[in-house]
Design a protein around this ligand. Structure first.
Ligand code: GLC
Length: 558
């Protein structure tokens, strides 16, 4: 545990390259007494070695080595990431930085976040003038990668302060650990004061609390720590308490028979009714990732150790559950298709009593022979077979997916390119629901009509996540193709929030323009592809203990 802790927080800066890191670690290891060599390898060390394995296995390496600069990052000028390369930066990069800086929000003259959209042309502002926790993540990563960590630190401290507010919906008090979906800074020009109002779901359309906010906060705290090497922020009593409050909410015992986290519809990026209630993949993947991040950042005092023990147990159960029951590939689909039902007792194969007739027609055609994915939801007699981009990418980044599963997720994207990528990366989910099903599932939501918004729309923000997944699985060429698609349209269309249509060809019906996370998502994708060592900020390696024990057969000899 001690080793995991040390290394989980050690500085692996985006400022130095992978090869530098390897050298650095090697010399350090050689200097160490022999005993130390036996220490458990850390997330970080593993991430680096496995990353280089990933690179080694890259299919069709097409100049990837050139894109990866062994010289490390060049400096702190904006935009740092493009300055280093011999090729001219895409003109969109400078535009994007300008737009990102325009979206900055200040509290007492300090930058604390970015607004969701800077769209003055839009008639209704709604809450797009607020700083959303989930939306700020790609902005934060862009700033970290550009050597500007202060805004991220300010944001982390501001939001953890908001967490301690008393939150109520009507007369009901929300759990202490809940983090806001968004907050707004109010400036009083007369008094020259700034104040903050936050929304924990009590103002949100549908009144749903964002389960993802707390997880993103923890993931970002680790990204900050990893990128800057500044351990002091995560170690502050505020941040330690912030983590523990989020963890208490999701590790508490109840009536659950599954290690997954039970959620209301609309509790994440998909913040409207879309049939994701239950155990949605997006939340489970973020939950898993934030448990691993917390494990690396919690101080091992008496209370901290108790949390760490609970986390380790939950991680084991959660990874087993997800890898076994959420995973779908051709073989698995065929097995489910032939399931017997009404099995009782421990010997049941069809544990959740899924009725094969409930498998939707589309999935039989959609499933390629090569590839697979984590399905949307699993609960008694219910499997939501839809494919969701965010959950699958986070499963790769957190190593919730095994290396084989990660490769299969990328295979599926390649095999089903027109459906999942089309003309604008990448679909939030596939397929869209229509007609009667749309009436029942969305409650006739006019914003979520088929192939629009959350219902099969294409979201440029997801580009950063899928690029990170591409790099981790050694498929930079896929990311490059997607970025090229985005470059054909994003700037010309004024950085829309989402695109509509089966191929994602149309600017979304009600999409905001100058949507900050579309801008930041593009920048992060670009910077990561140019300097893959940035990946360490948002990627975790597989925990050795989580791997199944491979037993040698009795005939095995040396
Ligand atoms: C929409 C999205 C949500 C996002 C918010 C602000 O409500 O569904 O995911 O956080 O806009 O951009």
């Amino acid at each position: 545990m001690e080793a995991t802790k040390d290394f989980g927080l050690r500085k692996v800066s985006s400022i130095c390259s992978i090869s530098e890191m390897d050298d650095f670690d090697l010399t350090k290891l050689l200097d160490r007494p022999r005993l130390n060599l036996k220490r458990e390898k850390s997330f970080d060390e593993r991430s680096l070695s496995e990353l280089s394995i990933g690179f080694g296995l890259t299919r069709g390496q097409d100049n990837f080595d050139n894109a990866y600069s062994p010289g490390g990052r060049s400096g702190y000028d904006t935009p740092a990431s493009s300055a280093r390369n011999s090729f001219e930066p895409h003109p969109m990069v400078a535009e994007a930085w300008e737009a990102l800086r325009r979206s900055l929000v200040f509290f007492r003259s300090q930058p604390v976040g970015t607004i969701a959209a800077y769209d003055h042309a839009s008639e209704e502002v709604l809450n797009y003038d607020q700083v959303f926790v989930r939306d700020f993540v790609p902005s934060a990563l862009a700033f970290l990668m550009n050597g500007e960590p202060d805004i991220v630190k300010n944001f982390l401290l501001k939001t953890v302060q908001l967490q301690s507010w008393e939150k109520k919906v009507d007369r009901f008090k929300l759990g202490e650990g809940a983090m806001p979906a968004s907050f707004k800074v109010l400036h009083n020009p007369d008094r020259k004061t700034d104040s903050v109002v936050a929304d924990f779901g009590e103002s949100a359309i549908g009144r749903v609390a964002p389960v993802d906010s707390g997880f993103w906060w923890i993931i970002l705290l680790r990204a900050y720590t990893k990128s800057t090497g500044d351990l002091t922020l995560a170690e502050t009593p505020e941040c330690q308490k912030g983590m523990k409050l989020v963890l208490s909410l999701c590790l508490s015992e109840g009536f659950d028979t599954f290690p997954t986290l039970l959620c209301a519809d609309g509790c994440s990026m998909i913040d409207r009714r879309m049939g994701i209630y239950g155990y949605p993949i997006e939340i489970q993947a973020l939950f898993y990732m934030s448990l691993k991040c917390s494990l690396a950042m919690l101080k091992p005092d008496t209370e901290g150790k108790e949390f760490m023990e609970k986390i380790v147990q939950r991680l084991h159960a959660l990874s087993y559950h997800m890898r076994s029951y959420y995973w779908l590939d051709f073989q698995q689909l065929n097995d489910i298709y032939r399931y017997k039902t009404e099995e009782y007792s421990h010997t049941a194969v069809n544990k959740f009593n899924v009725i094969p007739d409930s498998i939707p027609e589309w999935v039989f055609d959609f499933m390629p022979t090569r590839g697979g994915y984590f399905i949307g939801n699993v609960s008694p007699a219910r499997m939501d077979f839809r494919w969701f981009a965010l959950g699958n990418c986070v499963a790769i980044l957190s190593s919730l997916a095994t290396p084989e599963q990660s490769a299969a997720i990328m295979d599926l994207i390649e095999e089903r390119w027109p459906e999942l990528v089309g003309e604008m990366p990448i679909k939030i989910c596939y397929p869209a629901i229509e007609n009667h099903e749309w009436t029942i599932v969305t409650g006739c939501d006019p914003k979520n009509t088929r192939w629009s918004y959350h219902n099969g729309g294409s979201w440029p923000v997801l580009l950063w996540l899928v690029t990170a997944a591409c790099i981790k699985t050694g498929r930079p060429q896929i990311a490059r193709k997607m970025i090229e698609l985005a470059e054909n349209r994003l700037h010309k269309d004024s950085w829309p929030e989402y695109y509509d249509g089966k191929l994602g060809r149309y600017v979304g019906k009600q999409a905001r323009k100058f949507q900050t996370w579309s801008i930041a998502g593009y920048l992060v994708a670009k910077m990561m592809l140019e300097d893959p060592s940035h990946l360490g900020m948002i990627s975790l390696e597989e925990d050795r203990q989580m791997k199944p024990v491979i037993k040698r057969s009795s005939s095995w000899t040396c």
